[in-house]
Write a protein that binds this ligand. Structure first.
Ligand code: SAM
Length: 241
C-alpha cells in the first residue's frame, strides 16, 4: 500500500502529460485509477526549466543531427518527484535499456511505486543516467518519444496489480505467465465458417480440458516462440539477474 492508499503509484515525467493521462483513462487501467487501486501522476518536465528562457533541449556537442535533452531540468524533476513521492524504482525509458518483459512487469507490479522518465528528441544528456536505477526498452525499435513506451509499460504492469483485473486467474494462464504462450481460445458460435470448436472444450471434462490446454500451450510455444522454452533466455524474477 502506498502513502496515498493505492496499491501501486506510478509517477511519469514527460513533456506531454495529457498523452499519459488520456491513454490511461480507458479500460481496466482507467477503472483501477478511478477506484483508487492505481495512482498514475504525470509531471510536466517544462516546470523544471527554471524559467521560460531556458530551453529543454540543445544541440549535441560534437555536432550531428537533432537535439539532446539538457541535464538540469531532468535532474531537478527527478529529484523533486523522488523526494516528494519516494518511488521504489526510478526508470529511464530508452531503446538502449534492458528489454521489458512479463517478468519485469510482475516485479514492478509488486514494487509499490516507480517513476518513469520519457525522453524526446535524440534522447537525454548522458550525464543524467546515474539518476536512474535502471533503463528499460519496450522493444528493438525507436519511438519518437517515451510516452507511448510508458503507456505500454503502465498497461502491462497495472493489470497485474491484485484487484485490477476482474478475475485474478486470467493473468495466471496468459501468455508469458509461465514462460509459454497461451492455449487457443474459443467462444460462441460452436461452428464458424466451417471451423468447429475442439470437441474436448465442449465435453465438460475439466481434467481433459486442462490437459488439452497444457499441450496446446506447449505446442504453440514450440512452433511460434521456441526461444521461450530455452531456460537461459528467460528471467523469471524480472530482476535482470
Ligand atoms: N537517439 C536515441 C537512440 O538512438 O538510442 C533514440 C531517442 S528516441 C527518438 C526519443 C525517446 O523515445 C527516448 O529518449 C526514449 O525515452 C523513447 N524511446 C524510443 N524508443 C524506445 C523504446 N524502444 N523503448 C523505450 N523508450 C523508447
Amino acid at each position: 500500500m502506498t502513502t496515498d492508499g493505492s496499491k501501486l503509484r506510478i509517477d511519469v515525467i514527460t513533456l506531454f502529460p495529457p498523452m499519459i493521462l488520456e491513454a490511461c483513462s480507458y479500460g481496466v487501467i482507467g477503472r483501477a485509477m478511478r477506484s483508487g487501486l492505481l495512482t498514475i501522476a504525470a509531471h510536466q518536465l517544462r516546470d523544471y526549466t527554471g524559467g521560460s528562457h531556458h530551453p529543454i533541449d540543445d544541440h549535441p556537442y560534437g555536432g550531428g543531427p537533432g537535439m539532446v535533452m539538457r541535464p538540469e531540468p531532468i535532474h531537478d524533476a527527478v529529484e523533486e518527484v523522488s523526494t516528494r513521492y519516494r518511488p521504489a524504482r526510478k526508470i529511464l525509458l530508452t531503446p538502449q535499456g534492458r528489454p521489458f518483459s512479463q517478468a519485469v512487469a510482475r516485479a514492478l507490479a509488486r514494487s509499490g511505486s516507480f517513476l518513469l522518465f520519457c525522453g524526446r528528441y535524440e534522447g537525454v544528456d548522458e550525464r543524467v543516467r546515474p539518476l536512474f536505477d535502471e533503463e528499460l526498452s519496450i522493444g528493438d525499435f525507436v519511438l519518437s518519444g517515451g510516452e507511448s513506451a510508458a503507456v505500454v509499460l503502465i498497461d502491462a504492469v497495472g493489470r497485474l496489480v491484485p484487484g485490477v483485473l476482474g478475475c485474478s486467474q486470467s493473468c495466471e494462464s496468459e501468455s508469458f505467465a509461465d514462460g509459454q504462450l497461451e492455449y487457443p481460445q474459443f467462444t460462441r458460435p460452436e461452428s464458424f465458417r466451417g471451423q468447429r470448436v475442439p470437441a474436448v472444450l465442449l465435453s465438460g471434462n475439466h481434467a481433459e480440458i486442462a490437459r488439452w490446454r497444457k499441450e496446446q500451450a506447449r505446442e504453440r510455444t514450440r512452433t511460434r516462440r521456441p526461444d521461450l522454452l530455452r531456460p537461459e533466455t528467460t528471467d523469471p524474477d524480472g530482476d535482470g539477474g
